[in-house]
Design a protein around this ligand. Sequence first.
Ligand SMILES: Nc1nc2c(c(=O)[nH]1)N[C@H]1C(S)=C(S)[C@@H](COP(=O)(O)O)O[C@H]1N2
Ligand SMILES: [Mo]
Length: 455
Amino acid sequence: MPGARPGPGGSGAPASDADGYGAPRGLWRGLARHRPPGVDAAERAWRSPLRGPWLTAVYGSALLVALPLVILTGLLDYAAYGPRFDQAFPQDVGWLRLPVFDWPTRPSWLFRVTQGLHVTLGIVLVPVVLGKLWSVLPKLFAWPPARSVAQVLERLTLLLLVGGILFQIATGLLNIQYSYVFGFDFYTAHYFGAWIFTAAFVAHVIIKFPRLVTALRSRPPGTELRTTRADTRPEPPDPDGLVATESGPATVSRRGAVALVGGGALLLAVLTIGESLDGPLRRTALLLPRGRQPGTGPNGFPVNRTVAAAGVRPEQTDASWRLTLRGGGRTVTLDRPGLLALTQHTAALPIACVEGWSTRQRWTGVRLRDLAALAGVPDPVSARVSSLEQAGLFRTAVLAANQVLDPDSLLALRVNDVDLSPDHGYPARVIVPALPGVHCTKWVAEIDFRERTDD
Ligand SMILES: Nc1nc2c(c(=O)[nH]1)N[C@H]1C(S)=C(S)[C@@H](COP(=O)(O)O)O[C@H]1N2
Ligand SMILES: [Mo]
């Protein structure tokens, strides 16, 4: 019978098909007998002698090391958005809430690193994910799909694992390209997708880790990586049925397959990393359109949303512009010369966009804590910053106490010794160490400092 490969329990050992869950044994046998058309042909088509536990384990161990970093930095990025604030994304996540803590302002490059790692690693791992999927592809089409209730559950996990990672990659990549083509909110979808994938990933690691260790031990990597294509032989039949029943000749060696995936990952790294680097190397970020169009001059660094796109009109930012400070029952208005007459402070701080790119510039302006004191709230619990922008997700942001009080937290008026350009937030914009770019509000109109009420 075609497909009579040594499956779990061995194909010739129906006794072990008893699954112990009380499902009728006949069900599984019936399933095995009713093979849908095309299954046999498909099974014969998967003939690469490279497929087997070793190659799967090599790709698998790379993912085992790197994916937790992607997951962790991703969750940290959500935490940096501030789950305690009403502008946090997603809005309501029920019991999947992240622990609430004040996102620190030090080191100032913290968010630059967490989001940079998340996006860059997420992209770099794509070839590894594809290689891993290729190595187990026949399993996804194997018939019968399951031989026991336990296997049904395992395959369900696989569905969430494979579906989950492909969904995360697709939504992540589209978001980086600013292609909001989906009819749902990216932040919400990517967040729930992350949890679904993470749960499946943990289950998969628990189930497969012993197999991974055995597989890696079965072939010394030194020998394997020295084996040429001509000497490439299939692995012995394995309990998971990764090894093809009828292998064809090798078209590449295992070394070649590992190099192909590794090279692909390296190439993506080279084409991505530039978005996090200042200077001419930024131009190498071919895969990330936004981070690459910095323009020239002191304001020549990436723009997330232009003044035109934000719908902020020139007459709103001319000499008639006023900043309103609220708090402590007091309202203070300042024009730009008034702000420039206050003590100015300069700090080199990064802007790190959640969509991937980051840059570090020298900003000059008034300390937020000085503005808080002016508003009569020297010890605020938070501050709500509102933009001239009328619509859009990022027109307001809430800053926590530590983010207002950091000595480098600024309402910036100038950058690199010149006035902010309209696209970078003229007349004034927020810049706070380690704050996600999203919350560095441009074209600020008002800051509302909230007093502590707990005493
Ligand atoms: N009012 C307003 N401020 C905003 C945004 C926006 O869309 N509207 N985008 C934010 C985002 S997502 C980023 S990454 C930074 C980018 O700042 P830049 O365009 O000056 O580089 O601005 C932030 N400030
Ligand atoms: Mo951003």
